[in-house]
Design a protein around this ligand. Structure first.
Ligand SMILES: Nc1ncnc2c1ncn2[C@@H]1O[C@H](COP(=O)(O)OP(=O)(O)OP(=O)(O)O)[C@@H](O)[C@H]1O
Ligand SMILES: [Mg+2]
Length: 390
């Protein structure tokens, strides 16, 4: 059995737990006297279980749980509390604390909680290890393309759904589309798909999640595209942590040749998880002043965060809209060249309402041709990578 870290400020509690756990021949213990120190121990010792004594505050427990669940060696947190209120208990569970026990419970209960958590963590670590193995060994990882904009309504989902469908309709590529707009994702509506299975199912089965199980969480579109839909209840988004998203994306990359990701109008942890996994980012903007200003700021933020300028490509949606700005002005204002232009067309809102992407609904329209040609570029890049490694 792996290591259990006992975290408490009082020597008395640490002593009690040493007596209890020390009697277990198969258990290793590390004693930690503060939450602060526990962060370091998590990183250096990689304990399987963090047992937080009653002197650790709920705030500290929440922070520790957030860190413990991350990375390639996650740990479970068990909090022992002194008559905590229902509200506190709920907060702790929401934050990812595995078990909350009252100080008064028999020591046998603490032991079995630790053993249960340990078993679970062991399974998770094995799954993580095998997932990263299949990422590196099984096949060349798929190409990840994220559609991004911190402004709402600029056409991210229209772009992502059409790219997904256009890529899937070509022969020879396995293509996945992920709706990472976790609260308000509308990819399912745009593709006319029922949200029977969503990313929530994948995240709930996280302990056991492998390629087969993840495939079972995807919804198939007639084009051949496999879609990982956003939660149907916005509040379900809360359980989807960045670490879990990253794991899901890693698995998808090992299963598909191309993974397209639609994102929310934000630059939050979820979007950063997608950007970190991306080979290409399409920053969608429109020709109005507000969108351009927004795009300039978010491009600057991405640069500050260390993303390379080559990663991000500017897609000008509704490029022919009747506004006063010229293309050159847009490029100067944003500080980047326009990589692709997608015209405005009434067939787009019609296709959105029908739940049939415009590349299928009106393939001869200019807007469908522009989106199909963007997809063509992605497919070519994916093929070049394949050729490079063979
Ligand atoms: N090229 C286009 N021509 C005409 N209408 C378009 C075009 N692109 C997008 N639209 C319209 O704009 C609406 C918003 O597009 P979309 O939902 O893709 O934006 P979004 O950036 O994903 O928004 P959100 O941030 O709210 O998710 C669509 O419903 C569609 O009707
Ligand atoms: Mg959208």
């Amino acid at each position: 059995m792996g290591l259990v870290a006992v975290v408490d400020a009082t020597e008395e509690y640490r002593g009690q737990m040493t007596a209890l756990l020390g009697a277990q021949a198969d258990m290793g213990i590390v004693l930690v006297s503060s939450a602060q120190e526990a962060f370091g121990v998590l990183a250096s010792e990689k304990p399987f279980v963090l047992l937080l004594g009653p002197s650790i505050t709920p705030e500290e427990a929440v922070q520790l749980a957030a860190v413990a669940g991350q990375g390639d060696a996650p740990a479970d947190v068990i909090a022992v509390t002194r008559r905590a209120s229902q509200d506190t208990i709920r907060t702790l569970f929401r934050a990812g604390v595995r078990d909350v026990l009252d100080q008064e419970v028999p020591s046998g209960d603490i032991l079995s909680a630790i053993r249960e958590a340990h078993e679970r963590v062991e399974r998770v670590r094995v799954t993580l290890a095998s997932a990263s193995e299949c990422e590196t060994s099984n096949k060349q990882p798929g190409r990840v393309v994220t559609v991004f904009s911190t402004k709402g309504g600029v056409g991210k989902s229209v772009t992502a759904t059409n790219l997904g469908v256009a890529l899937a309709a070509r022969n020879g590529h396995r293509v996945a589309l992920v709706d990472l707009d976790l609260q308000f994702g509308d990819v399912g509506i745009m593709l006319g798909l029922d949200p029977d299975r969503t990313i929530v199912d994948a995240v709930q089965a996280f302990d056991r999640l492998d390629q087969d199980m993840l495939k079972g969480c995807m919804t198939s579109h007639d084009s051949g595209l496999d879609v990982l839909l956003a939660p149907s209840q916005p509040e379900d988004a809360e359980i989807i942590t960045t670490g879990r998203i990253d794991h899901v994306l890693g698995l998808l990359r090992s299963m598909y040749d191309i993974v397209v990701i639609d994102t929310a109008a934000a630059l939050n942890e979820t979007v950063l998880a997608a950007l970190d996994r991306s080979n290409e980012v399409y920053a969608v903007t429109m020709m109005d002043v507000a969108s351009i200003k927004n795009t300039r700021i978010s491009m600057q933020k991405l640069a500050q965060l260390g993303y390379s300028a080559d990663l991000v490509k500017l897609v000008l949606n509704r490029a022919d809209s009747k506004v006063w700005l010229q293309l050159g002005e847009v490029e100067r204002a944003v500080g980047a060249r326009v990589f692709a232009k997608v015209p405005s067309d009434r067939v787009v809102p019609r296709s959105v309402n029908r739940g049939v992407p415009v590349v299928l609904d009106a393939p001869k329209s200019d807007v469908a041709k522009a989106l199909a040609s963007l997809a063509e570029g992605i497919a070519r890049a994916a093929e070049e990578v394949k050729v490079d490694v063979t």
